[in-house]
Design a binder for this molecule. Structure first.
Ligand SMILES: NC(=O)c1ccc[n+]([C@@H]2O[C@H](COP(=O)([O-])OP(=O)(O)OC[C@H]3O[C@@H](n4cnc5c(N)ncnc54)[C@H](O)[C@@H]3O)[C@@H](O)[C@H]2O)c1
Length: 349
């Protein structure tokens, strides 16, 4: 078994590699990453990439054909991974997230890869409505990032076949500790705010819905997708990945953090314009298809995991939005130093 994992050097990647290393001890794991956040290590005794057998440093926009040779399965995580970067680099986001993803899948299919697991996102549901979104609900992507996820699924679907299974895992918003922590994700941000300033400021009226999932549970889902029976239908599967009872309103998430970290004050901007990115999601299909791989790490446990992780590194940076924990800041910092060009390609400096 040879598994190619793109984007393995980001926030979710280390948990995925650790999980696959444990599930497939004999497998050859191959990582491929451009390395934007390579030095944004949180606190780990050794480089997370030591768990892969081969690590490529490369850009998914310029993949050599042979990178998929002999590969049985691809786990595709590499992407511009949030709205702020997507808004600033719209065309680059479409290039990396959409066009390069479909090209990678085409190469993989030609090379005889049997399973392609794609890290999609529930953010494609976009705007609030009363009912929870199922996989058949209308998609309403509101940002370049969310659009890139929709376009990629649409590009992948026609490639799927009996011999090339495609699983698009539409993940909830990620949270939890990582060897390459991000604090530009809602729950992670709230915990860091509570610890450093004792205050959470919600930039909306607090009512938007957001389902959450721990990175280890995302890895569990990827493991499930890889083990999906090759002979079973459908060839293309898009599935909401999370748990029904982990749909939360933003104010409830803030309240849970305040409960876990006593003394935290919450301010809600009651006059804020409605945050249109609000979605409650129906995870019934995932529950039915993957009963043994259901998410296990709930909200309070995620908060405790983040709290003890941040405390263990003596985290005190009240200005963490301008630090290595914020993906956009890292990229802008490297651009200012001339290391990345306007297309987010390494300049060679
Ligand atoms: N974090 C979330 O809440 C969440 C939710 C749903 C889906 N996802 C998806 O999961 C995947 C991983 O997310 P993450 O939170 O780990 O993001 P991340 O930004 O931490 O990691 C993304 C990785 O992709 C790499 N990458 C970016 N452009 C590349 C390119 N051109 N060539 C090669 N590598 C490239 C980066 O260097 C980075 O290591 C993404 O596809 C993201 O859209 C994330």
């Amino acid at each position: 078994m040879k598994i190619l994992i793109t984007g393995n050097m980001g926030y979710i990647g280390p948990a995925v590699v650790r999980r696959l290393r444990a599930s497939y001890p004999q497998a050859q794991l191959v990582g491929l990453d451009i390395g934007y956040y390579g030095n944004c290590i949180t606190n780990t005794e050794s480089l997370p990439e030591r768990r892969v057998n081969i690590q490529y440093f490369g850009d998914v926009r310029q993949l050599p054909n042979d990178v998929v040779n002999g590969v049985d399965a691809v786990v595709h995580l590499a992407a511009i991974s949030n709205d702020p970067i997507g808004n600033k680099f719209e065309e680059v986001t479409l290039d990396i997230n959409y066009r390069a993803s479909v090209e990678l899948a085409k190469k993989a299919k030609i090379a005889g890869v049997r399973s392609f697991v794609y890290a999609s996102s529930c953010s494609m549901y976009g705007a609030a409505e009363d009912s929870a979104k199922t996989e058949r609900s209308t998609l309403n992507p509101l940002t370049a990032y969310a659009r890139s996820k929709v376009l990629t699924e649409q590009g992948l679907e026609p490639l799927a076949s009996r011999h090339f299974k495609v699983t698009a895992l539409r993940f909830s918003t990620a949270c939890g500790w990582s060897d390459r922590l991000r604090l530009d994700l809602m729950l992670n941000d709230f915990v860091a705010c509570a610890l450093t300033s004792g205050r959470i400021s919600i930039l909306s009226d607090g009512t938007p819905w957001r389902p959450i999932i721990n990175t280890k549970d995302m890895a569990r889902a990827i493991d499930w997708a890889l083990s999906r029976d090759p002979s079973a239908a459908p060839d293309f599967l898009a599935v909401n990945t999370g748990r029904d009872d982990w749909n939360y309103q933003v104010r409830d998430i803030a309240q849970a953090v305040a409960t876990a970290i006593p003394g935290t004050r919450i301010s809600v901007n009651a006059n804020a314009p409605l945050d249109k990115r609000s979605y409650r999601v129906d995870f019934g299909l995932y529950k039915k298809m993957a009963p043994d791989h259901q998410p296990e790490i709930g909200l309070m446990e995620c908060i405790q995991e983040l709290k003890s992780g941040l405390e263990s590194i003596g985290f005190k940076d009240g200005d963490f939005w301008n630090s290595q924990y914020t993906r956009l800041k890292v990229l802008m910092g490297m651009m200012e130093k001339g290391l990345l060009d306007s297309q987010l390609r390494w300049t060679g400096l």
